[in-house]
Design a protein around this ligand. Sequence first.
Ligand code: NAP
Length: 247
Amino acid sequence: MEFSGKNVLITGASRGIGAQIAKTLASKGLKVWINYRSKPEIADALCEEITKNGFKAAVIKFDATNEDDFIEAIKTIIDSDGELSYLVNNAGITNDKLAIRMKLEDFTSVINANLTSAFIGSKEALKVMSKKRFGSVVNIASIVGEMGNAGQVNYSASKGGMIAMSKSFAKEGASRGIRFNCVTPGFIATDMTEVLSDEIKQGYINAIPLKRLGDPKDIANAVAFLLSDDAGYITGEVLKVNGGLYM
Ligand code: NAP
């Protein structure tokens, strides 16, 4: 896999899928900027693990829903490295409940965390990447944004919105050499799915043609491909990584 760029910012990267994306991209030679919001000890430990293995990493604290802080973080990265080559909008939350019990705040908080954060990051990345006429952004959406899910009206709206937004960004970025794509994970074994009961997890496993939950590495490999030069003619695309659950 070839990378013409040199660094990447991954939001929400101290644990789960984001942490694995950081490890995978660092092992491919990129300097990884590990964004965290609330747990410096986990972010620092990940950074140390990556650098101990001889790869490049740094931590950067900000809340991805805060526009000023996101802009400041990108400025810090450019002051340090002279550029931002790649961005992975990975930060996300769930707040599941049936729609009839969902308060407006339950809806808007998930939209903010998942969709608004990716809008801020994509917009700022497009600005700075345009100067070098090079860059690639991958947004971590979800299978739920493609097929819907009971109890996740807020989450599915945020991820479906992310898919549509990425396609529009792809159309705006193409003439400047900037690509935007989405990865849509199925059910991946992380803290986010750990809260599900064994019964619900087994139900998903039974329904998944490949008969297992996904591993964060499955997602990280897809992200690496879409960011890399190997995907240089791919933009506005949605790469499903779901074991065949939704084709
Ligand atoms: P996770 O284990 O719950 O981790 C989520 C990460 O996002 C945490 O590091 C969290 O930081 C961070 N985060 C949340 N809001 C943030 C904010 N405003 N600013 C900065 N960081 C923020 O979740 P995951 O399973 O790794 O999920 C990663 C992404 O994949 C999410 O976008 C999720 O929707 C998507 N996804 C996951 C699955 C799955 O099955 N796991 C399936 C489809 C899509 P804190 O530690 O501070 O909370």
